[in-house]
Design a binder for this molecule. Structure first.
Ligand code: HEM
Length: 336
C-alpha cells in the first residue's frame, strides 16, 4: 500500500483536526448540489415531519399553510432559496422581515419554527431552513387539494439578509403584466411560469392595503380599475371603504382554502383581487395562459409544479450553513 512518507509528523497529526475544524466551523463556499431524497440517510423522517407539522397547522388555522407557501417566492427571489427572509433583524443587520413587501404581510413564521424545533429534536443540525421552506410550500399545496411532487433538497441557509434587496426586487400588488414578465424573466422563468405561479393565489388572503389604489385611484384617475367586474367592485367597496383599517383581509380567490383553478376562472370573470392578478387577464401575452388554466386544472397543476421546481433551484452561490434556529445565524445570540 502506498502511503505518504511520514516526513511531517506535526502536519499528519493536525491535518485531520484541521479538516474537522474547516468542515464544522466554516460554512460551505460553493453552491449546494440539490438532489432528491437528500436526507434519506441523514434524516429519513425529515419530509414526514414537515408534512405532519404543516398538517397540524392547517387544522389549527387553515390560512397558515398559504402564508407559509408564500415564503418560497419571497425567499427564492431575494438572493436565492436560502431562508434569508426568516432571519430576524440584528443591531448590525436589517433583514427582510420589515421590507416593503413583507412588513405586516408575511405571517406564520411560527409554523416554520415548529417544523425546525421538531426536526432539531430528531436530527439536530441536519435539515436547513431553506429546505424546510421548499418542503413546507409543497405540502401547503398538497394539503389544500393541489398536486404533490418530489422536491430536490440540500440547500444551505444564508449568513445574512438584506431589506434593501427585498425592497428592490419584490413586486408590488400594483405591478402590471409587462413588469412581471420582465421580473420573472430575470430568473429564467417564462410567461407561462409567471401565470402558473401566480395561481398560488388560489389559496390565502390579501389586505385592503394592497387594493386601495386599485379601488379608488387606479393609475391616478381617481377612479377604480375598469377591469373589476361591477358586482365584485361593490363588494370590495363595502369591505374596504375609505378610512378602513387597511389590515382587513379579503380572499385572493373565491375558494381560498382550496388549491384549484378557481383563481383563473375568477380572473376571466374580472374578479381577481390584486391588480397584479387581473393584469394577467387584461394583457394579451398572459391572457392565453389564464384562459387555458381556467379550463384545464391538470395543465395548471403541471405548470405550477414545473414553476415551483424552477424557482426552488435559484441559488446565490454565497456561503451558507445549516442554521439551528431559522431566525438567527449560528453562533449569534437570540434577541428576545
Ligand atoms: C407575480 C407576482 C406576485 C405579486 C405581485 C404578489 C403579491 C401578493 C400580495 C400583494 C399578496 C397579499 C399581501 C397582503 O395584502 O398582505 C400576496 C399574497 C400571497 N401570495 Fe403573492 N404575489 C405574487 C406571486 C406569488 C407567488 C409566485 C407565490 C408563490 C408561489 C405567491 C404566494 C402568495 C400566497 C400563498 C399569498 C397569500 C398569503 C396569506 O394568505 O398569508 N405569490 N401576494
Amino acid at each position: 500500500m502506498n502511503s505518504i512518507p511520514n516526513a511531517q509528523p506535526m502536519a499528519n497529526t493536525f491535518f485531520p483536526l484541521f479538516l474537522f475544524f474547516l468542515l464544522f466551523h466554516f460554512p460551505s463556499l460553493s453552491p449546494a448540489k440539490l438532489q432528491l431524497n437528500f436526507y434519506s440517510n441523514s434524516c429519513p423522517q425529515a419530509e414526514a415531519i414537515v408534512r405532519s407539522v404543516m398538517h397540524k397547522a392547517f387544522i389549527r388555522e387553515p390560512r397558515s399553510v398559504a402564508s407559509v407557501m408564500r415564503f418560497q417566492f419571497h425567499d427564492c427571489f431575494v438572493n436565492g432559496c436560502d431562508a434569508s427572509m426568516l432571519l430576524d433583524d440584528t443591531p448590525t443587520m436589517l433583514g427582510e422581515k420589515l421590507s416593503l413587501a413583507n412588513i405586516n404581510s408575511l405571517r406564520s413564521y411560527e409554523v416554520v419554527d415548529e417544523v425546525k424545533e421538531t426536526l432539531e429534536k430528531v436530527c439536530p443540525g441536519i435539515v436547513s431552513c431553506a429546505d424546510i421552506i421548499i418542503m413546507a410550500s409543497r405540502d401547503a399545496v398538497f394539503l389544500t387539494g393541489g398536486p404533490d411532487w418530489p422536491v430536490e433538497l440540500g440547500r444551505l441557509d444564508s449568513l445574512t439578509a438584506s431589506q434593501e434587496d427585498s425592497d428592490q426586487i419584490m413586486p408590488s400588488p400594483r405591478a402590471n403584466a409587462t413588469s412581471l414578465i420582465d421580473l420573472f424573466s430575470k430568473y429564467n422563468l417564462s410567461v407561462k411560469d409567471l401565470v402558473a405561479l401566480s395561481g398560488s393565489h388560489s389559496i390565502g388572503k390579501g389586505r385592503c392595503f394592497s387594493i386601495m389604489f386599485r379601488l379608488y385611484n387606479q393609475s391616478g384617475t381617481g377612479r377604480p380599475d375598469p377591469a373589476i367586474e361591477p358586482r365584485f367592485r361593490e363588494e370590495l367597496f363595502k369591505r374596504c371603504p375609505h378610512g378602513v383599517d387597511e389590515n382587513v383581509t379579503l380572499n385572493l380567490d373565491s375558494t381560498p382554502y382550496v388549491f384549484d383553478n378557481q383563481y383563473f376562472k375568477d380572473l376571466v370573470g374580472g374578479r381577481g383581487l390584486l391588480n397584479s392578478d387581473e393584469t394577467l387577464y387584461t394583457f394579451g401575452e398572459t391572457r392565453k395562459y389564464v384562459r387555458f388554466f381556467s379550463k384545464n386544472q391538470s395543465a395548471f397543476f403541471d405548470a405550477f409544479v414545473e414553476g415551483m421546481s424552477k424557482m426552488g433551484d435559484l441559488q446565490s452561490g454565497r456561503p451558507g450553513e445549516v442554521r439551528r434556529n431559522c431566525r438567527v445565524v449560528n453562533g449569534q445570540s437570540v434577541i428576545i
